[in-house]
Ligand binder design. Structure first.
Ligand SMILES: *[C@@H]1O[C@H](CO)[C@@H](O)[C@H](O)[C@H]1NC(C)=O
Ligand SMILES: *[C@@H]1O[C@H](CO)[C@@H](O)[C@H](O)[C@H]1NC(C)=O
Ligand SMILES: *[C@@H]1O[C@H](CO)[C@@H](O)[C@H](O)[C@H]1NC(C)=O
Ligand SMILES: *[C@@H]1O[C@H](CO)[C@@H](O)[C@H](O)[C@H]1NC(C)=O
Length: 182
């Protein structure tokens, strides 16, 4: 009987390819039963893998933000930040869809929300999902259609992506202005 591993076995290659991406979980969509926790390095990646959303800490700071960056550019470039006014002071938190249908960042050490989409949503017929679109727009939508309840493009930080529109939106009453990153 052979005791040394057979590296030429055809399944060796398949094994490596399947195992590698499992080191860090990345979601395509985040459902109401899932959460993105800082400690497990989970992210949401757009369908064509241009953009990635997750928690980050700028430079040597110990403040944690939720943001969107270009997945394939080695120098991290943030195009959007959620909790820029209210970072977490330790890597103990998560992003999830709350029971009242908002996207919420929770600080687990104090068990309080530090950021919320602050929507007033009535009873829903279908559950919500959060998705990062290929154009870099992070949206909260119904799982069974493309109707957005909230989108990050309505709250730009300091980067204008091609599909974003600035200025007063007569339909939603939002005044979209650029704000600097932390
Ligand atoms: C998350 O990433 C950091 C830095 O790359 C690493 O040190 C840590 O082990 C990772 N944690 C998990 C659970 O993969
Ligand atoms: C987060 O904080 C809570 C409450 O203080 C604590 O029980 C938990 O162990 C912490 N988790 C991590 C990953 O630090
Ligand atoms: C949500 O509402 C709280 C309380 O009014 C406010 O402090 C916070 O800035 C709001 N969040 C966003 C993202 O606007
Ligand atoms: C991903 O989609 C965006 C928006 O449609 C497009 O600009 C970009 O070129 C695409 N990237 C890849 C790698 O397909």
């Amino acid at each position: 009987m052979r005791s040394s591993p057979n590296y030429h076995h055809p399944y060796t290659f398949v094994f490596v390819v399947i195992l590698f991406p499992a080191l860090a979980v990345s979601y395509k969509t985040l459902s109401a039963t899932e959460s993105l926790t800082i400690s497990s390095n989970e992210t949401i990646v757009s369908h064509n893998e241009t953009f990635e959303l997750g928690f980050f800490t700028p430079g040597s700071s110990s403040r944690w933000y939720l943001g969107i960056w270009y997945k394939k550019i080695p120098t991290r470039t943030y195009v959007w930040v959620a909790n820029r006014d209210n970072p977490l002071s330790h890597p103990n938190g998560s992003l999830k869809i709350s029971s009242d249908n908002n996207l919420v960042i929770y600080d687990h050490s104090s068990n309080t929300p530090v950021w919320s989409t602050n929507l007033t949503v009535g009873t829903l017929r279908s559950p919500l999902v959060a998705e990062l679109l290929d154009n870099g727009n992070f949206v909260l939508r119904h799982s069974n259609n493309n109707e957005y309840l909230w989108q990050s493009f309505d709250f730009p930080t300091d980067t204008l992506l091609p599909d974003m529109k600035l200025g007063w939106d007569k339909k939603t009453g939002l005044d979209r202005v650029l704000r600097s990153l932390p």
